[in-house]
Design a protein around this ligand. Structure first.
Ligand code: OOB
Length: 524
């Protein structure tokens, strides 16, 4: 595929010899899993239960049908489907046909979808008729229309997805080094970028993650976050669970009223959440009596989990916590199941693979363990360049292939990383730099504060001033003066104290449920 930067040959050889890269494609793996697991249930979605055999057959039939309609291997399409069995069938159908999905999230709207369609020159768009009260056909009508719009459900003026499958016929040979999917970057600056993930690197991503989580055929994974996001898709998520022979349950919404019922009914053993959802689950368990005792592992990632909330996971939810510091670009860090509690509650884990190379860099030089710097990384499942943006890639990657993550981290002697914020998330208050991440942590230590987001607000005199936006715990109250005294008592420098306090009822969140700082700023 054009616009994709490959790993240099010597790296490829090394990864292949070590067996981390194998001669496998994601579509081919499904066929192997179907041979192994046959009639066991692969996917549960509402009342539907789909076996491995049936998932494999339906993927092959969809692939055949798409090729018969003129789609070609290497074509790009945009997929925007909620957590349903259809998501899995469409994904594997495309993988089988060698058609590359841009995995959009259900919350994306015209600006993002239009960008994906034009940037990837997509020839098709896959949507539900409606979901969570939104009619996706109206969105299809607003974008430069690709050749095909396939609709799960009532197609309106478009093509019903149900009409596409044909009896399975010959399918193309696919190279394990070909791009399998284009993931969306979670980046907060500019338009989202597209991340090429190859069959073999993504297969390793899922397999390595399943190993770290000790997944077996007895595991039941609940997809709570949108399945198109890397975390629930392959860390180990849907792909890792199917690889282990387990069962994936699709949650139509992340709220406890939906998910707790599914955990009880399906005896769910593993799931993954972003921190704001952990807060909601912990608060709900206090009065909700549904049985969550089957849950053995709760993965939390996507944004920093504060230590106090981390400490509540085992006592309140009755399950082992795993912190996951990952990125759609590749590198995954996990706390291990046998790590001591203090590492699990206070760090964001260590790299998944012995082949992950990690540098912590400040002003161009590597800092010693314990110092804070920007995380640079390369490895067998970390991209070498975003799709088709050569100018951007020139600054996002070093000449020798390290991806500059933009995350500020501290590395402990054990190799565990602590995320300290984002390189650019610094407020310049009249020439003094205030790290948003640092101040947020201190704010969260205040008993009245449930969630905190520190943002810079334009100011005539200082350029920028520090605004602490907070969501309070129920029935609590706090004043700016009191917060400042509290922060001073914690030994914080005077220039770092917030100039403004904004109390919000809830925080706006991104498509995957992280606190959306840009949107917070616009609400002040
Ligand atoms: C995951 O992926 P993305 O691509 O949506 O976002 C990646 C960024 C990271 O660069 C970092 O800034 C932040 O999200 N992040 C965390 C974190 N996990 C991700 N910041 C602090 N603590 C954490 N535990 O968010 C993602 C992908 C795979 C697995 C898990 C998360």
């Amino acid at each position: 595929m054009e616009g994709v930067e490959n790993w240099p040959a010597e790296c490829a050889d090394r990864y292949r010899e070590a067996g981390v890269w194998r001669d496998e494609t994601l579509g081919g793996l499904l066929a192997e899993w179907a041979e192994r697991s046959g009639e066991s249930t692969a996917i549960v979605s509402g009342d539907e239960r789909i076996s491995y055999t049936s998932l494999d057959r339906r993927a092959a039939e969809l692939a055949t049908g798409l090729l018969a309609r003129g789609l070609r291997p290497g074509d790009r399409v945009v997929v925007q489907l909620p957590n349903t069995a259809t998501f899995a069938i469409v994904l594997f159908g495309l993988l089988r046909a060698g058609i590359v999905p841009v995995l959009a999230l259900p919350a994306h709207r015209r600006t993002e979808i239009e960008h994906f369609v034009t940037h990837a020159q997509a020839v098709a768009y896959f949507i539900p008729d409606h979901d969570s009260g939104f009619d996706y056909r109206t969105l299809a009508a607003e974008i430069p229309t690709p050749d095909h719009v396939f609709v799960a459900g009532d197609p309106g003026p478009y093509t019903a997805l149900a009409d596409v499958p044909e009896p399975a016929g010959p399918l193309p040979d696919i190279d394990p080094g070909d791009v399998a999917v284009l993931l969306i970057s979670g980046g907060t600056t500019g338009k989202p970028k597209l991340i090429p993930r190859t069959h073999r690197d993504y297969a390793y991503n899922a397999r390595g993650s399943a190993e770290v989580c000790s997944l077996t055929a007895n595991d039941v994974y609940l997809a709570v976050l949108p399945a198109a996001h890397n975390f629930p898709l392959a860390c180990p998520g849907l792909l890792g669970t199917l690889g282990a022979g387990g069962r994936v349950v699709m949650a139509p919404a992340p709220s406890p009223d939906v998910t707790f019922g599914l955990i009880e009914r399906e005896r769910v053993t593993v799931t993954a959440l972003v921190p704001p959802l952990v807060r909601l689950w912990v608060d709900t368990v206090e009065w909700d009596r549904r049985d969550l005792s089957s849950l053995r592992l709760l993965q939390v990632g996507g944004a920093k989990l504060d230590t106090e909330l981390a400490g509540q996971v085992r006592p309140v939810l009755g399950t082992t916590l795993q912190q996951v510091f990952g990125m759609a670009e590749g590198l995954l860090n996990y706390t291990r199941l046998d790590d001591p509690d203090d590492l699990v509650t206070t760090t964001q884990g260590r790299p998944m693979s012995p082949f992950d190379e990690v540098r912590v860099v400040r002003d161009g030089v590597d800092v010693l363990d314990g110092g804070i710097g920007e995380l640079w990384t390369r490895g067998p499942y970390t991209l070498r360049g975003y799709y088709n943006v050569p100018e951007y890639n020139a600054s996002a990657f070093t000449a020798d292939g390290f991806y500059r993550t933009g995350d500020l981290v501290r590395r402990l002697p054990s190799g565990h990383l602590v995320v300290e914020g984002r390189v650019k998330d610094v407020i310049n208050r009249g020439g003094e730099n205030v790290s948003a991440g640092e101040l947020e942590e201190h704010l969260l230590a205040h008993p009245a504060v449930a969630q905190a987001a520190v943002v810079g607000v334009p100011d005539q005199t200082l350029g920028e001033i520090v605004c602490a936006a907070v969501v309070l715990v129920p029935d609590a109250s706090v004043k700016l003066k009191e917060l400042k005294a509290f922060l001073s008592a914690r030994g914080l420098a005077r220039f770092k104290l917030p100039d403004r306090l904004a109390i919000l009822p809830t925080f706006p969140v991104t498509a995957v449920g992280k606190i959306d700082k840009k949107a917070v700023l616009s609400r002040l």
